[in-house]
Design a protein around this ligand. Structure first.
Ligand code: FE2
Length: 321
């Protein structure tokens, strides 16, 4: 059995310097457990950035919110202004359940967040589908393995559950909107700054924005769970046959089951309350995350890295979703 737990268990390291935490092992833990927390490591943002080169392959995020102060590996997630027109990435509005691997399914597989400035009680919630999937009967697992998810990235087909969607056009100027689009189209693992030349060609090219993907992904570390970003699902199909008239019938039934038994189930949720200096590493493939609404009048800044699992810990180079 790949996951011996029937609940979400979050490995947490207190007071251990980063130099004593092997980044390769931490990457494996992130994939197997979904989330890893490192608290009071004493690491500066620069030390975390340096250490994170061992966690996975990084692209240099050439985007308006690239951190200018600590490391070019960071995106800054903040409600403060990055320049005289534009707020930081995902600044001050609610972010409901999502994974950062939509709509570009071949984008970075893990995220790391370093809490730089925390001035009030604020949380990020994580859901992990692996323990949920583990406890399902074998027959049910087999059925889910055969399903394809139809996404609605352009919000034209209709989604089963409508909710939050970032109001990018209200928040950012045109130059930033152009950069967001450009950035989405350039998530190529082969271009990573720390990719070994001999491994580069083993990875497939990014397929760009995707409107269908496997429900049970081919996880690079072999864990089995669900790639389920609930607010973007239009429906499900079996091979190429839609299960039903999307949004009704069997698609809606299955969606509701996953929503209630997995996403709304405390057994599979971890709510992280931030302290300055915290590092949260999480898998984007089998987990989703959300941030309850945050204050607009007080500073909150996280430094974000995004990585692919490295070759030395991967079981394969197939497309994941
Ligand atoms: Fe996110």
């Amino acid at each position: 059995m790949l996951n011996p737990f029937d609940k979400m268990v979050v490995p947490t390291y207190y007071g251990i310097p980063l130099k004593d935490l092997n980044p390769e092992l931490m990457a494996i833990m992130t994939g197997k457990a979904g989330v890893v927390i490192i608290r009071d490591s004493g690491a500066t943002p620069e030390e975390y950035a340096e250490w994170s080169l061992g966690l996975g392959y990084h692209l240099s995020p050439e985007i308006w919110c690239t951190d200018k102060e600590h490391s070019s590996l960071f995106w800054t997630v903040t409600n403060e202004m990055m320049d005289d027109r534009n707020q930081g990435l995902f600044g001050d509005y609610e972010l409901d359940w999502h994974t950062n691997m939509t709509p570009v399914g071949d984008a970075e597989e893990t995220i790391g967040l370093y809490a730089k400035t925390i001035t009030y009680d604020t949380e990020t919630w994580f859901a992990n589908s692996v323990p949920y999937f583990t406890q399902l009967p074998e027959e049910k697992k087999q059925r889910l393995r055969e399903l394809t998810v139809i996404l609605d990235p352009k919000r034209t087909l209709g989604v089963i559950k409508k909710a939050w969607q970032p109001a990018f056009k209200k928040i950012y100027g045109q130059e930033v909107l152009d950069e967001i689009v450009k950035n989405r189209m350039s998530r190529e693992v082969r271009d990573s700054i720390n990719m070994e030349p001999e491994n580069k060609e083993k990875f497939g090219l990014s397929r760009g924005i995707m409107n269908r993907h496997k429900l049970v992904p081919d996880h690079p570390l072999g864990v089995e769970g669900l790639f389920f970003s609930p607010y973007e699902v239009h429906g499900f199909s079996l091979k190429d046959n839609p299960l039903d008239n999307f949004g009704e019938g069997l698609s809606k039934e299955l969606w509701t089951e996953l929503w209630e038994d997995y996403v709304q189930n405390d057994d599979y949720i971890y709510k992280h309350k931030w302290q300055e200096g915290d590092i949260a590493l999480f898998d984007n493939i089998i987990g989703i995350h959300r941030r309850p609404d945050i204050r607009k009048d007080k500073p909150r800044t996280l430094l974000r890295t995004a990585t692919w699992y490295k070759s030395n810990i991967r079981e394969h180079y197939n497309y994941v979703v």
